[in-house]
Design a protein around this ligand. Sequence first.
Ligand SMILES: Cc1cc2nc3c(=O)[nH]c(=O)nc-3n(C[C@H](O)[C@H](O)[C@H](O)COP(=O)(O)OP(=O)(O)OC[C@H]3O[C@@H](n4cnc5c(N)ncnc54)[C@H](O)[C@@H]3O)c2cc1C
Length: 473
Amino acid sequence: MNNEMYDTIILGAGLTGLTIAHYLRKSGRRVLVLEKGERPGGVIQTCSENGFVFEAGPNTGVISSVELVRLMDELGLQFEVPHQFANARWIWKKRRWEPLPSGLLSAIRTPLFTLTDKFRILLEPFRAKGTNPDETLAQLVVRRMGRSFLNYAVDPFISGIYAGDPAQLVTRYAMPKLYALEQNYGSFIKGSIAKARRPKPAEEKRVTRQVFSVEGGLSRLTGALVASVGAENIRCNCGKVQVEEVETGRYRIHLSESDSRQTARPDDSAGTAGYALLTRTLVTTFGGPSLLDTLPFIKEVEKENLGALRYAKVVQVAAGYSKWDGVPVRAFGGLVPTCERKDILGILFPSALFAHRAPGDGALMSVFMGGIKRPDIFELSDEQLKAVAVQHIREMMQARRDPDLLRVYRYPQAIPQYDATSSRRLKTITDLQFRYPGLLLAGNIRDGIGMSDRVKQGAAVARQIGEYLEVTV
Ligand SMILES: Cc1cc2nc3c(=O)[nH]c(=O)nc-3n(C[C@H](O)[C@H](O)[C@H](O)COP(=O)(O)OP(=O)(O)OC[C@H]3O[C@@H](n4cnc5c(N)ncnc54)[C@H](O)[C@@H]3O)c2cc1C
């Protein structure tokens, strides 16, 4: 019988799981992180090859939570802030790039929006606020700003963040800050001005909403978290994990035998050839079938509600050029509206933003494809995906040379879509956490999809667990 009792077992060693573990370890808790994959970090993975430093997963984050700023301080890391033109985004329209307007004046001058919608934008502060809490992003934007604003600003922006469809995403779940802006101030424009004028405490001033990386790539962040948690407290290749509630507030984690050799001692009581661990609190940090398999004891209807969350499939192709002969790149990236009917979602320009991402006068491009509207892209072979990426870089960036490096990364479950099924999912999570004390369902199935959101949630979950462990025995 294995009597080893942990305070907390965290399933998943991505940014969320590692952040939770970091805070619990800091407060002296006995923590174990179990990871299915062969390395910690989750989708964050920086690669280095022939002078190119490129990301397989997220390329950048946004400094949008105090918790992220604090975590970076605690880990002794500094944000790598990009070149000043990182605020510039390009939008593809009629065979050329146009800058995405960054203010009212440029919104009036841009060829991206129709004249009628330019008037709509000017009159936005005087429009009545919405009353439907489940309004989609597309409905909200058409109502306040017009269809061309939806097509040429919001649609590509949502492709860039969610690889999603504004007609499916429900604003209050997918863009809660935007929803609050309309609800609290009656207008996006009035709300943005009021918020910019509001005096901020010193720490909040550091929440600049700027794009960031970490020098050397984002794996430095997850690497620093691993060092803080202690590699001995993270077990990779953990195989199939199943959770059983042994009594209220006690969970037994069953691991398949083959992968658990070094992670646990045999558990005779389980009556299987497997291994098991005991814990007072348990956190899951992923969704999809993997979550449902992990919690076999939950009701069918709860499985349905959790399983209703759809994910966008995303492919990223990293293309490295030792010598760049295309258009001068002075932007964060270029985004492609759905109505332009291309096979890619957009191209990011990491080497234009950060130092040491490409050799000498070379360039690094990250081409994104797929998303919720184009799952068919995922069916292409790696060679076909490379060809699509190169062809679009040729056409859109006027590159004449072939890239010297091409790598394909596929994410079948990349970005969750916070659509109309969200209220059922969130209620189910609340119900389960109430019924099973010490069980927490975290990760991007709730509370936001960006890296800042993940760190913010991780800090909050760790606090919640700390309080729970204090008052229970
Ligand atoms: C292609 C791509 C681009 C992105 N771009 C951006 C961006 O530009 N900016 C931004 O802020 N965010 C971006 N994101 C989102 C951001 O990367 C994520 O929000 C964040 O890294 C997710 O961290 P996580 O720990 O919640 O999940 P994950 O990183 O997915 O980690 C979950 C971990 O759980 C493990 N796991 C799964 N099942 C089990 C199981 N049964 N047992 C044990 N372990 C299990 C997985 O192997 C994984 O390691 C992007 C994501 C992707 C995929």
